[in-house]
Design a protein around this ligand. Structure first.
Ligand code: UD1
Ligand code: UDP
Length: 366
């Protein structure tokens, strides 16, 4: 009998990071692979699924505008339980630390279905930072029976929480698989930029930065563009209204600041390749940009991805104006400092993470 494997995907980064696993599972004669989209994200999820040619077998269509965490969690849990009843999987896979992942773990626990966690073991050690992702990670790890840790330090985090060593596998991060598949060829990014200037790419969406911290960071970035007339800022704005409003109020209507809708993954990878540097609070971008040799300034005070910081290619700058301006201008004006951060290292993977995950799933007795 084939093993029925259900891969659950909720948001854009989960789709990017789960796609290589789905593609690899499709090649396995022993696996019957199904995809369930919770659609915690709608448009941003669909963009990625179509790129990788994935049509969900189940679509819960959960997203609502400006969704709150409690209502999102409740709706997800009920809908997942119903879908698991219909799909009756032997094992469920989910990736990362979103509300989708935490509710998948819980719904599996209630139905006694083995849950396997992709990108397991990331921790800041601070339950409210990032919010609510650190809590989601802890719950997912407590309930998972198989843990695919991207790095050795993620494995160590799990061991410290008494997860049995035999249940943890270090695989690398599947984001590098997706990145290598996508970055291979150059393409037109489809964005009309002034390419005579140095490109700075920016993204921002973290809930813990909503309000004053995000406003202060945006205002620092406007000052950065005003003070440096050889840069062009491209900012694909996350559609969360808590982001779009301050983004347009503070960064709008400047001739060298380009606010656009979220880009499809392939064009976004292309603009990362074209960038001089990246300013972001994204998890995935902290993993991808080093592999492309692009320095990243992270708009956060802590990170669950210490490897690139330790390698000196990612720097935490927080959301305070002075620190953002100082570090960004260092990268613009100090060539030596820039070269040190633009080395092209890939601490998160070699592009074969999905292959390893699938081979472990194939040999696992559960
Ligand atoms: C979610 C995850 C976060 C992850 C991020 C990736 C949670 C609690 N948060 O944050 O961990 O890093 O996704 O991007 O799981 N929206 C749209 N269209 C979309 C997507 C979002 O309009 O395609 C808007 C909606 O108004 C929605 C809001 O953004 O209610 C927030 O979406 P949500 O998934 O709750 O939070 P994110 O900030 O996207
Ligand atoms: N990304 C994209 N289009 C954009 C911005 C980002 O495809 O306009 C990709 C990016 O390359 C990375 C992922 O989205 O792979 C990161 O998603 P996000 O920052 O929303 O979530 P996080 O990684 O912080 O959970």
């Amino acid at each position: 009998m084939k093993k029925r494997i259900l891969c659950v995907i909720g948001t854009r980064p989960e789709a990017i990071k789960m796609a290589p696993v789905v593609l690899a599972l499709r090649k396995c004669p022993w696996a019957e692979v199904r995809v369930l989209a919770t659609a915690q994200h709608r448009q941003m999820l669909d963009q990625v699924l179509s790129l990788f040619d994935i049509v969900p077998d189940y679509d819960l269509d959960i997203m609502q505008q400006d969704q709150g965490l409690t209502e999102l969690t409740s709706r997800l849990l009920l809908a997942l339980d119903d879908a698991f009843g219909k799909a009756s999987p032997h094992v469920v896979l989910a990736q990362g630390d979103t509300t989708t992942v935490m509710t998948v773990a819980l719904a599996c626990f209630y139905r006694k279905i083995p849950f396997a966690h992709v990108e397991a073991g990331l921790r800041t050690g601070d339950l409210v930072n990032p919010f609510p992702e650190e809590m989601n990670r802890v719950v997912a790890s407590r309930l998972a029976v198989l843990h695919f840790a991207p790095t050795r330090s993620a494995r160590e985090n799990l061991l410290r929480e008494n997860i049995p060593a035999g249940d943890i596998h270090v695989t690398g991060n599947t984001v590098i698989d997706a990145l290598l598949l996508t970055a291979e060829k150059d393409r037109d990014p489809g964005v009309d930029m002034d390419t005579s200037r140095r490109l700075v790419v920016m993204t921002s969406h973290r809930r813990e930065n909503f309000g004053e911290p995000m406003k202060e960071a945006f205002s620092a970035i406007r000052t950065l563009v005003e003070r440096n007339d050889d840069i062009w800022l491209l900012y694909p704005v996350h559609p969360n209204p808590n982001v779009t409003k301050p983004a347009h109020e503070i960064l709008g209507e400047h001739p060298r600041i380009q606010l656009v809708e979220p880009l499809d993954y392939a064009p976004f990878v292309q603009v990362m390749k074209m960038a001089h540097m990246i300013i972001s609070d994204s998890g995935g971008i902290q993993e991808e940009a080093p592999a492309l040799g692009k320095p990243v300034l992270v708009l956060r005070d802590e990170t669950e991805r210490p490897e690139a910081v330790e390698a000196g290619v990612v720097k935490l700058v927080g959301t305070r104006k002075e620190s953002i301006l100082r570090e960004a201008e260092r990268l613009l004006h100090d060539e030596k400092a820039y070269k040190k951060m633009a080395r092209g290292v890939s601490p998160y993977g070699d592009g074969k993470a999905a292959e390893r995950i699938v081979s472990i799933l194939g040999s696992c007795p559960r």
